[in-house]
Design a protein around this ligand. Structure first.
Ligand code: HEC
Ligand code: HEC
Length: 289
């Protein structure tokens, strides 16, 4: 009999459930709610058919539209490449610095692209203006370790220096002291010799004593005149521009413990167009060769 009891306050039938004298009204669900619910059910059925949805044991239902996120990304990448500015594509055909310099519009574009790539990838080591620091060469001066032609710079950026890439530039400044190749006395004299090479105050007697050692040991890479060799990546010791430093203590440390600066390879990390833009930019910084 409780099923049909009418609530005396609202005039609505109750469900017959009762807890501690509290009874439940039998109100119908709001119409808008019911229709939304049915619409969602219908939508989900359509979605299951069209899109990948249900997981299975060895895969999932693919859906008749064949949608995958991977394919979407691939399509977006293709569109991006397509929209790559005509200027960037022109860099495909740049083989010499003149190819860019003779085309003012391309030059302007390339310099802007190069500056921005430099800020993103190179400034951490070489400084935001390419001014470098101890161990990291200044790219603004016209002094190059591995060569300052467009082709040299491009090769350096592409493969790096002692980067581990098989094509990387490589040469060794040995630890002459630590390896026991030269005695402390010989190293002390050579420090004076190197100072003299770059026009610094040096002990003349020591310079004289070191001359033979320099010729026998150091000249192979740095040249008899100490002017260095781009092909060997051996710095010019006569120009008072230092990679590691020209103070007595620093030169001593170089001779005692050796040096092996590492510049990463960018092949595979940057496109060849991006590397070309960087080479043009760096070439312009140093007033390249
Ligand atoms: C992780 C630090 C590091 C980063 C990043 C780096 N470099 Fe270098 N780079 C070096 C070091 C160290 C050397 C010197 C290696 C040596 O001792 O010969 C060098 C050398 C060079 C040289 C040769 C200079 C010369 O006198 O021959 C060029 C050119 C150069 N870097 C350009 C770049 C460009 C362009 C980028 C960005 C794409 C870059 N570097 C990013 C560390 C770095
Ligand atoms: C096998 C080749 C080779 C020989 C031999 C050699 N060097 Fe070097 N030297 C180099 C290279 C390469 C560098 C640069 C290392 C780097 O970039 O990290 C260098 C760097 C230096 C530097 C640091 C220059 C700077 O700008 O900070 C000094 C100083 C130097 N060498 C002196 C000597 C002296 C003195 C000898 C003889 C005892 C000698 N080297 C023998 C290859 C050589």
């Amino acid at each position: 009999m409780a099923e049909h009891e009418i609530d005396e306050h609202s005039g609505v039938a109750t469900t017959g459930h009762e807890w501690d004298g509290i009874k439940e009204l039998n109100n119908p669900l709001p119409r808008w709610w019911v229709w939304t619910f049915y619409a969602c059910v219908a939508f989900s059925v359509v979605w299951w058919v069209l899109m990948p949805t249900w997981p299975g044991i060895s895969g999932y239902t693919k859906g008749v539209l064949g949608y995958t996120q991977r394919a979407t990304v691939a399509k977006e990448m293709a569109a991006l490449n397509e929209s790559r500015s005509a200027s960037m594509q022109q860099l495909d055909n740049v083989n010499t610095i003149a190819d860019v310099e003779n085309n003012p519009e391309l030059l302007q574009y390339t310099m802007a692209a190069g500056a921005s790539l430099f800020g993103d990838n190179c400034a951490t080591c070489h400084g935001s203006g390419g001014q470098g620091g101890p161990g990291y060469p200044n790219l603004n001066d016209d002094d190059w370790i591995w060569g300052g032609t467009f082709a040299d710079i491009k090769q350096t950026i592409t493969y790096g220096i002692r980067s581990g890439h098989p094509e990387a530039r490589f040469n060794t400044m040995q630890a002459y002291g630590r390896d026991g190749v030269l005695s402390e006395d010989q190293i002390g004299d050579l420090v004076e010799y190197v100072l003299a090479l770059s026009g610094e105050q040096a002990d003349p007697a020591a310079v004289e004593r070191a001359a033979v050692t320099f010729e026998q040991v150091c000249a192979a890479c740095h040249g008899a005149d100490g002017k260095g060799n781009h092909l060997l990546g051996s710095p010019n010791l006569t120009d008072a521009i230092w990679l590691y430093g020209g103070e007595r203590a620093t030169i001593y440390a170089t001779l005692k413990n050796g040096r092996a600066g590492v510049m990463p390879t960018w092949a595979g990390r940057l496109t060849s167009d991006q590397i070309t833009a960087l080479a043009v930019y760096v070439h312009s910084l140093g007033g390249g060769e």
